[in-house]
Design a protein. Structure first.
Length: 646
């Protein structure tokens, strides 16, 4: 795992050095640069050494003839098979890792070689003979890759937005339509970011820039196929899934540094950890916990007791880190590393786990990310499967359900309050179509509430709807899965997993997003994933010979933190500091009275607006880091530079 950066067109001396410095945390083990002023090209790399720790694997990596240059972030899990095939084509390997395998494949086969990769990656490849720069991002978008055009004909790219900010002509202006997406969903729902003009390369896509035209072209090399072409019976598919997960875990245990696991105590992380422990019994496990008092309002199911039990039964080392509301210094740091105003308390848990793991010498962690999206694991899938009959009832009946729900309190404490809060949310969306209800259940904050807090002049300019899913030919499940896999997973879960792990010098691996597992999951019918009030049906079945029943049949718990209680009590002063009249006036975005009304509603137990409050806090902290100052101005050691003669 590493950080990559670079530019094409409009050569700027020392720009690569500044870009490398801005994301040095992604690569504490080394850095380098390639520059060709005549071709107006520059490539930068900061290295977190995981495979082949020698200098032979250092980047940027150049072919023996000097015509091919690569910077690469990620892991290629099938690199050994690819290496054998490339050796037969005559490539003489100088290193033992996966970087040179990728370089050789691109040099021999061209960018089409990308479709053969099974791994997590983002790379930039310069073909000097063709004078073409190619960027690519893995199929699921596990590794980030941002790009911008500060001037016509130029291309700027990096693993993190803060590195792009090193370019003297990049304008750091807010994109309010995207910021509105963050307020509604806590993440951006398309390829734009909260900085105007800065975009993400879509998952499974390539971007090509050529010197002759000085233009960019983005094209997909992979898209998920939902064709219900399952392998035989349910039992056959369950066995195939079990075999695929075992194979993925084995392939992703390859590492030349210590490896551990994020063990929440849920099905996904437990399955991966138990399988990994079969090959590496000494694997270290990490989890977070929080006090019962802090969970008073949120009432989330506890993970820690399950993690402790499975660790004790299997003889695994488990380190727990208690989440506490001591966030005054930590929250600004998280927003700096996230690059985007992503407002999910799970970022805190992820960061602290990775930080603790690195402090214990662990540089690689297995994560269960992706299983919920592939196997319909979120409660919203269960709700939609149980309320499908609504679509056959009159609109008057469904509007009546919504009207009745509006009278339910939204922010009571305790278990009853949590149940009422969930019921209220489900019923309010009753008049909508199934696909629209799925989007509604995916929102962190209601659309009207998120619009209400803006200053009137900004509110009138914002788009009043975002990210409404299509019906996908009347199949609500396909519409839901396409949105979760194509939008929520890369723009939210994978984004914070990458940024939080790399902020601490840790590589997060996601075995469930192995090519074979993804391809198999997309072929399975919806009824094998969510049915009879149960989610992840086939994954639970596949895990039964590996994971104890008390893990398989336990209620799902979210990976996060008790932010509602914190906002009520411990973070009240932070809220006051960031939303005082002077601060609101200085930023000029929000209506102070509307913000205070939202907070008063929550404190009085009328409406649950705590996530909106958390979103506002994160947004203000992000603005301070990315708008009020240049985040690329960190002072870090100068990198070494490898220059190509003009």
């Amino acid at each position: 795992m590493c950080g990559i950066a670079g530019f094409a067109g409009g050569f700027v001396p020392q720009l690569i050095a500044r870009m490398n410095r801005a994301q040095q945390h992604r690569g504490p083990d080394g850095d380098g640069a390639f520059e060709d002023p005549a071709a107006e090209i520059g490539l930068g790399h900061v290295r977190l050494a995981i495979l082949d720790l020698s200098n032979a694997a250092a980047q940027p990596m150049t072919s023996p003839d000097g015509e091919h240059v690569l910077v690469f972030n990620g892991e290629i899990y099938n690199y050994r098979e690819l290496r054998d095939a490339l050796s037969q084509r005559g490539w003489q390997f100088r290193s033992t890792g996966d970087t040179e395998v990728l370089l050789a494949g691109l040099a021999i086969h061209g960018p089409a070689f990308t479709s053969r990769l099974n791994g997590i990656f983002a790379f930039a490849y310069w073909n000097a003979a063709r004078r073409e720069l190619v960027l690519a991002r893995d199929r699921m978008g596990t590794k980030p890759l941002y790009f911008a055009s500060p001037k016509p004909g130029t291309l700027l790219f990096a693993s993190e937005i803060k590195a792009l900010c090193a370019h003297p002509d990049l304008r750091r202006e807010p994109d309010f339509d995207v910021i509105q997406q963050h307020l509604q969903f806590c993440y951006a729902t398309d390829e734009r970011t909260a900085l105007k003009g800065v975009e993400r390369l879509p998952p499974g896509s390539m971007l090509r820039w050529t010197s002759s035209t000085r233009t960019t072209r983005v094209e997909a090399f992979w898209t998920p196929q939902f064709d219900n072409d399952s392998p035989g019976t349910f039992a056959d598919a369950s066995q195939a899934l079990r075999d695929a997960v075992q194979a993925a875990v084995r392939s992703q245990l390859v590492s030349d540094v210590p490896l551990g696991s994020m063990l929440s105590g849920g099905l996904d992380s437990t399955l991966l950890t138990v399988l990994a422990a079969e090959s590496q019994p000494q694997i270290e496990c990490f989890a977070t916990t929080y006090s019962a008092a802090d969970n008073r309002v949120d009432q989330t199911a506890e993970d820690a007791p399950y993690a402790r039990r499975i660790a004790k039964e299997r003889g695994l080392s488990l380190t727990e880190f208690e989440l506490k509301p001591e966030l005054h210094d930590l929250l600004p740091r998280l927003m700096y590393h996230l690059d985007e105003p992503l407002a999910d308390p799970a970022t805190l848990a992820c960061y602290l786990i990775c930080r603790d793991a690195r402090a214990r010498g662990v540089k690689v962690l297995l994560s269960g990310q992706g299983a919920d999206e592939l196997f319909a694991g979120y409660p919203r899938y269960w709700v939609l499967s149980r309320t499908a009959w609504w679509d056959r009832t009159p609109q008057s009946f469904r509007r009546g359900l919504a009207s009745a729900a509006a009278w339910l309190p939204g922010a009571w404490s305790g278990r009853m309050g949590a149940a009422v809060r969930r019921t209220r949310r489900v019923l309010l969306a009753a008049p909508q179509s199934a696909a629209e209800r799925f989007v509604e259940y995916s929102r962190s904050n209601p659309q009207d509430l998120a619009l209400r807090i803006w200053q009137p002049e900004l509110r009138d300019k914002l788009k009043h709807d975002v990210a409404v899913a299509s019906e996908a030919n009347g199949d609500w499940y396909v519409a839901a899965a396409q949105r979760d896999l194509g939008v929520y997973l890369p723009n939210h879960n994978l984004l914070y997993s990458d940024k939080m792990s790399m902020a601490t010098g840790v590589e997060a691996r996601v075995p469930f997003l192995d090519n074979d597992i993804v391809d198999l999951a997309c072929r399975l019918p919806a009824a094998w994933k969510v049915a009879r009030g149960e989610t992840k049906v086939i994954l639970r079945d596949a895990a039964r010979s590996v994971v104890p029943t008390y893990i398989i049949d336990r209620p799902k718990a979210g990976f996060g933190a008790p932010y509602r209680t914190w906002l009520q009590r411990d973070l009240a002063d932070v809220w006051s500091d960031l939303t005082n009249p002077q601060g609101i006036a200085r930023r000029g975005w929000f209506d102070g009275a509307a913000l205070q009304a939202c907070r008063d509603d929550s404190l009085a137990g009328r409406v649950d607006t705590y996530m909106l409050q958390w979103s506002v806090l994160c947004l203000e902290l992000w603005a301070r880091e990315f708008l009020d100052r240049n985040p690329a101005e960190a002072r870090l050691p100068e990198p070494r530079t490898l220059s190509r003669a003009a």
